[in-house]
Design a binder for this molecule. Structure first.
Ligand code: UDP
Ligand code: MG
Length: 318
């Protein structure tokens, strides 16, 4: 039986979710029993300090009798969500990966909708959380943010970091998740050429435990978002960023100095003590600095082969 390929791997990062895990496991089991797919559940315990591991292990024991496939990956410490996803994806054997949160805010009975989209040929299906009236359940700021991202990266989705999604396994394994870039998984998938769809889903309230990100989400999240956005847009072409500002600053400085030189030469006024002179010099120097930073960044990128720039669709051999 083992050589038949597994259809689905459900990957769930959990950090101190002792009150939610058992219920989540039961709901998934029930939902999946209605569908005819082979599946495995992978819990990645991201260094929980509560009873999460004990509960996971007791569920694991039970599955030995029910012949359900359950994998548990326990981290030595809290390495955060990107690391948890990476470990889960690496150990996934399914053709498709479903990710969901461990806090019961995603409804396992909706997995079927994702699979139907996959059947239509989509390789990446992301959820868009809506309320009963079908309106986005995101707040105003978040909606604006998502709109900006969607326009900047030309990807028509409303909820860039919705944790409930389906990804074809090979794409998931190539995402190279680290630190904060997991918040932009749809963009990373797009870079790999994935065929992306979005479906509306329910947003259930968190019943037990508290959100791990609340409080610091705003301040820390803001800089995280900025860094990630910057990296996504310019990581492969830093000169487009630094060069543009370099030219802008340098040119403005140059024009200022040119103007001062001309009026100086015409003897109309003393230019040595004009504030404009300092500004001109400052801008020229800053411009050159920015430009050289761009060059440096470009040459570092050219040298490091660590980054993959492509994803192969097919190789014909022999
Ligand atoms: N999580 C994790 N590592 C962390 C923080 C959170 O694996 O360092 C898990 C958490 O257990 C949950 C999911 O990531 O399954 C989302 O966390 P949370 O509900 O706190 O985030 P929110 O829904 O508020 O964005
Ligand atoms: Mg949550």
């Amino acid at each position: 039986m083992k050589n038949k390929r597994m259809d689905i791997s459900i990957v769930i990062p959990v950090y101190n979710e002792e009150a939610n895990i058992e219920e989540l496991f039961n709901r998934i089991t029930l939902a999946m029993s209605k569908l005819h797919y082979s599946y495995e559940i992978i819990f990645v315990n991201d260094g929980s300090t509560d009873n999460t591991q004990t509960i996971l292990e007791s569920i694991y024991k039970k599955t030995k009798k029910t012949k359900q496939t359950l994998k548990i990956i326990q981290f030595t410490s809290n390495f955060r969500k990107a690391a948890a996803y990476s470990a889960g994806f690496e150990n996934a054997e399914g053709e498709y990966i479903i990710t969901m949160d461990g806090d019961l805010q995603d409804d396992p009975f909706e997995i079927e909708k994702f699979l139907l989209k996959a059947k239509e040929g989509f390789e990446f299906v992301t959820g868009h959380k809506v309320n009963e009236k079908g309106k986005s359940s995101k707040n105003f700021a978040s909606r604006i943010f998502n709109l900006v991202i969607s326009k900047t990266f030309k990807l028509e989705i409303h909820d860039i970091d919705c944790p409930f999604r389906l990804i074809r396994s090979d794409i998931a394994k190539d995402l190279h998740l680290y630190e904060g870039n997991y918040r932009f998984i749809p963009l990373l998938a797009k870079e790999l050429g994935a065929n992306i769809a979005e479906i509306p889903i329910k947003n259930l309230p968190r019943l037990w435990g508290k959100s791990k990100y609340s409080g610091k989400k705003l301040e820390e999240g803001f800089f995280d978002y900025l860094t990630q956005l910057f990296l996504l847009k310019y990581r492969k072409k830093p000169m487009h960023f630094f060069g543009a500002f370099g030219i802008l600053f340098g040119l403005t400085g140059f024009l200022i100095l040119l103007y001062l030189t001309i009026i100086g030469l015409m003897g109309k006024s003393h230019i040595g003590n004009r504030p404009l002179l300092s500004l001109g010099i400052l801008l020229v120097i800053t411009g050159i600095q920015l430009f050289s930073t761009g060059f440096l960044a470009e040459s570092i990128i050219r040298q490091s082969n660590s980054e993959r720039h492509y994803k192969i669709k097919k190789i014909l051999r022999e």
